[in-house]
Design a protein around this ligand. Sequence first.
Ligand SMILES: [Mg+2]
Length: 232
Amino acid sequence: MNKVTKVNIWDLDGTVINSFHRVQPCLCPSTGNLDLQKYLREACKHELVMGDTLLPLVETMKRCFDSADTVNVIVTARTMAKSDYVFLRQNGLRGRNGQNVRVMSRDTLAKYFPHDEVRAIYSSSDANYKRRYFELLQAQYPGAQFTVYDDHKGVLRVASEMGFNVLDAQMVNDILSVGMSLIGEAIIDEHMAEDLDIDYLKAKLDFAWQCMTDEERAEYTATTSPAKVLAA
Ligand SMILES: [Mg+2]
């Protein structure tokens, strides 16, 4: 077995899956945390889950599956049910036979943490909940390079504090969407080297960035630039 040198941690909602139509009403307006009760009650119906679509960053995620020295882990605020797994499988994000991605969700906490801690972790904020999984993975793969792909600012802050690379998925997806709508994804791909994961994404992002108008770029430079996002 190859030694693991990279660990990629993937969020689902707002990072690789566009579930805005059903999840957004369940997010706390001030913190962005998922209201789990409301989510389970209203957002998890099979036909709603199947109505989700993919975000541009999913292409980078799929490329990462091919790398033998990389472990990919989905760490999601969701409690995962059958429909969630069906969607992942139908979209090539989780195969049946040991595909290179694991899933850590609120309903799998009991597999990884002591019984008396599970309830507290389950009901903690998204950032504190994910921190526990991050710490677990950090202990499991000492010395590996960690990259967290997430659209939750609090989660990104926690990951950054832990010394992980962080990638603001909301911003990257926005920029990639603009770049693609301007020139078409196929044309972008012609300009890209076949490198995996972060190098591939950086090149693609730089290219999309160059294709944007000054006005479009101005929306992002107020906060940070893509180079800064990826250099973190
Ligand atoms: Mg998210």
